[in-house]
Design a binder for this molecule. Sequence first.
Ligand SMILES: C[S@@+](CC[C@H](N)C(=O)[O-])C[C@H]1O[C@@H](n2cnc3c(N)ncnc32)[C@H](O)[C@@H]1O
Length: 316
Amino acid sequence: MRTTFDVIDALTGYQPAAAIAAACRVGLFDVLGPGPRTPDEVAAAAGLAPKPTAALLAALTALGLLADGNVPTPLARRLASDGDLAPLVRKEAFFASVWTDLDPTLRTGLPRLAPWKERLRTEPEVARDFLAALAVLARETGPDLTVLPEFAPGRRVLDVGGALGSYAVPLAGAGAHVTLVDLPEVAVWARATVPDTVEVREADVLAVPACGVEPGSADTVLLSHLLHDLTDEQCATVLAEARKALAPGGSVVVIEIPGDAPGPLGPLFDLMMQIETPGRARKAVELADLLVSSGLRGVREAAYPRPVVVLIGESD
Ligand SMILES: C[S@@+](CC[C@H](N)C(=O)[O-])C[C@H]1O[C@@H](n2cnc3c(N)ncnc32)[C@H](O)[C@@H]1O
């Protein structure tokens, strides 16, 4: 930041996020379109007060979500309650509420949120929304893994911490034989979400051998956005168990947003991890070191544009 205006922009960055989240919560995107509507008509349809609704509509138009006459753009339609981007809005609105109170984490060094396993029991809807949002992020912004030989049709892929099938679904769709492993609560949700072609198993991969599958039964183990949730010791455990799951010559593939991703993204993602998990967003070189230390050979980065890092290493 170089000017006072840059600081002011950063300080008011909460406003677009809050406006979009509120518009979703009050169902504004549900009552719009397809033709033009006056602010009063929109307010009446949504059961809202006319004056602030007019201001919100003008703000959403200025943000590029609405066209003239309060006609929703294709993106705005995807923000309706049944739209595919709705879980993403709820995820970020939840984290915005947490980020307004970072002080306890800074003072204690402890995550602001309860451990993930506890959150699965105490706030299952928030947890499920979070995982649904990760599937949206994978689809919209994630690397296309189907182009890698490690995920070629017929390969036996073990997706460790696979959530609701962010990567398992497209990989199975492209012909890989995918087994998704996740914690019991998540496995129940995954079974209701993924096609029958994906096998879903439940396991705490920090507590069972070979990540919960038969040793030597996978050609490729995928660890996508899992290592940042874990301490260095836990990463070493998961990587060791992933290697046991692999057939001779199999590969481990790691996807992460590294702490040194360009601009503020990497450091802010690391701060997010401090609030959310006992882990951290490691730099790309630190991630590669973790793979090398676990005994994987030929560790290399696949050619995807940053911010994402995709690392591959082979087992003996
Ligand atoms: C940040 S999410 C990443 C989800 C998915 N791989 C993706 O890239 O979108 C981490 C996933 O790992 C799972 N997970 C965390 N700890 C786990 C453990 N000990 N055993 C099995 N799964 C675990 C979580 O339940 C969650 O689904």
